[in-house]
Design a protein around this ligand. Structure first.
Ligand code: ARG
Length: 265
């Protein structure tokens, strides 16, 4: 079963006001003062530096995203409710600390959910912003060449399974898991549309609820960051034998490009 469907619904229910959700989750985090675990997250992550991943975006429905252009955010299809005009989403950009006074906040104007998206596979969407932001963008892999190696993930999602959303951006690195091994774990992988990553035997490091839509990325041959995945789903978070499942960005690079062109006009 794909846990994101349930949590996506839950999040949309809660996301009446993102500020309310943030306040509630931050309060919940503070209330867990007797929890011996230090506040680390993605799961098993460490804080990102301000400016380290300048194209990272937090979306008000409780997802992550990355700047595809200065005015278009690439996120997950399961983070949005469909395609069309949409002014209900606020993107927070330019900060690792969501409460920073330097945060750039821009509303959405339009959404394109992946054509044919039906809840499994094709987990990508574009969100057009009301104005361009003056921040770097993240290149998208358009070949399979980078679908291997070690990846970086980042997000403001839960720092452990069932944990609270984070104020400070967290990052972690996770190794590629091949389709055969990932299919053995899940049975319902869509190998041409999904790419897995995580520590198969140990677990301990993973994305988690609220990281959805955010990028999984690595360095390309020229040393630039390139996006290879979009946080999509997993069984729990950071469990041994259950790697994280990400949208295989290279598969959809041309569809994303043409969708973005249709938004730009
Ligand atoms: N579906 C989750 C979300 O909506 C992301 C889950 C990722 N899970 C994982 N084990 N990597 O935020």
């Amino acid at each position: 079963m794909r846990t994101f469907l349930f949590l996506g619904t839950l999040r949309r229910t809660l996301a009446v006001g993102a500020a309310t959700v943030a306040a509630l989750t931050l309060t919940a985090g503070a209330a867990l003062a007797d929890d011996p675990a230090p506040p680390r997250g993605v799961v098993g992550g460490t804080p990102a530096q301000q400016g380290e991943f300048p194209w990272m975006v937090r979306l008000s429905m409780g997802c992550g995203g990355a700047l595809y252009t200065k005015q278009i955010v690439l996120t997950a299809a399961h983070c949005v409710s469909g395609s069309g005009p949409n002014t209900s989403i606020t993107a927070t950009a330019g900060v690792a600390d969501l409460n920073s006074s330097q945060a750039v906040k821009v509303k959405s104007t339009e959404v394109i959910q992946a054509p044919g998206y039906n809840g499994s596979g094709k987990d990508w969407a574009l969100i057009k912003l009301a104005r361009p932001v003056d921040l770097p963008t993240l290149n998208v892999a358009d070949t399979t060449a980078y679908n291997e190696g070690t990846f970086t993930v980042a997000g403001w999602g839960a720092d452990r399974e069932g944990g609270s959303q984070q104020r400070y951006l967290l990052k972690a690195t996770v190794p590629f898991v091949d389709d055969t091994a990932c299919q053995q774990a899940y049975g319902n992988l869509i190998p041409g549309e999904e790419i897995c990553a995580g520590y198969l035997d140990q677990g301990g490091v993973d994305t988690c609820q609220g990281d959805s839509g955010g990028p999984m990325f690595r360095r390309d041959a020229a040393g630039a960051w390139i996006q290879v995945g979009i946080v999509s789903w997993g069984q729990g978070c950071a469990r041994p034998h259950y790697p994280g499942v990400y949208t295989e960005v290279s598969t959809f690079a041309s569809a994303i490009k043409s969708a973005a062109a249709s938004l730009s006009g």
